[in-house]
Design a protein around this ligand. Sequence first.
Ligand code: CMC
Length: 436
Amino acid sequence: MKLSDNKATLSFSNGSPSVDLPVYQGSVGPDVVDIRKLYGQTGMFTYDPGFLSTASCQSTITYIDGDKGELLYRGYPIEQLATNCDFLETCHLLLYGNLPNASAKADFTRRVTRHTMVNEQMQFFMRGFRRDAHPMAIMTGLVGALSAFYHDSTDINNAEHRDIAALRLIAKMPTLVAMAYKYSMGQPYMYPKNNLSYAGNFLHMMFATPCEEFKVNPVIERALDRIFILHADHEQNASTSTVRLCGSSGTNPFAAIAAGVACLWGPAHGGANEACLNMLEEIQKTGGIEKVGHFMEQVKDKNSGVKLMGFGHRVYKNYDPRAKLMQETCKEVLAAMGLENDPLFKLAMALEKIALEDDYFVSRKLYPNVDFYSGIVQRAIGIPVNMFTGVFALARTVGWIAQLNEMISDPEYKIGRPRQLFSGSVKRDVLPLAKR
Ligand code: CMC
């Protein structure tokens, strides 16, 4: 962390002495004011619900410039990674800080691939779930349960354990997501096939059956690999911050990642792609493309509580660079599947067009985010809507684990313990039951 020549001075209108606060510079992006000693010096906390102005950590992994619509993993623009690299190269980059050369890539792929199977007991664990359980409920349980199966990689303070846990999580997430799908369908689980690519193997475990030969469609394989790359990390978003906070207590990596899965499930975060498709299906049911105008009126009415899912972002205020790439992929996949005239996809395009022109959205800088298109792509591939967030979780696992490992290796890391502004009752006495 580089100390800036500037410092911040905090003064008070009640005559209390002002305090100087150090300012640090990152390699790029806003400087930060160091308030760690504020409470000790003034007896005051800062107040920032939703972390609108608070950097919770120092990180070298992912950088976002929301105004420019820029996303960099370890300095590399997402556009270049999505066009020149595959997901496992991206995983190597996020975990170890560099893009692998050919031999390092082969070695990493081999190390991940060795871990694609899950303990056979996992099937019996799965049987405890209802067949109609939401896949994210299953995923939260299964990922947490990995700590019960892999005792040799649960010591978060051991760098070797952390590395094996990272490889296991990256390798096993596709297997678990596909198992959750097969379980819901009542079909036999398909074991991983290690001669396929990471995305190809996932497609095989999802859609193959033991009765027929399954051929991976290369357009779909590439589209899925791109979905994985685009979702691999996104700096200190809600689920990543959850993983860091959970891991800061020293819990094992599988438990920390399970916390991330649970957080991702919410519709304001990873659940948005599912919520977006549900929204499209609902509009379709209640009048289709003719009713788009009426739906948009509801979105603009603050009292309706209706939001246009797949639009808006806390950080990207001009456009989401991932959405641009996903839109490209979306067109390719729809063409490859002959779905350009599917009514739901036409409806999505009509909504997108109105939103990009309507003053409500333009003035608030609300653009389609990655989830708007990734839901459409996943539906075209044949992934059921309630599995979308599971696919996001699969892809984000590498980001979570890279961020968790970075935190544990940071000498400044402490257990996360936010403070509060208390506005409840002051101290009072408990009355005996008869007098209350
Ligand atoms: N539809 C309609 N109005 C919206 C939307 C939307 N999707 N998003 C924001 N607004 C309005 C909001 O009501 C507010 O209006 P006003 O200024 O009149 O009060 C204004 O735009 C600013 O919004 P905000 O709520 O302050 O923005 P935020 O940064 O707190 O929320 C968000 C960001 C992503 C939670 C929100 O845009 C949203 O709920 N979007 C829909 C869900 C979604 O697609 N989420 C996926 C995010 S991308 C995947 C990921 O990285 O997790």
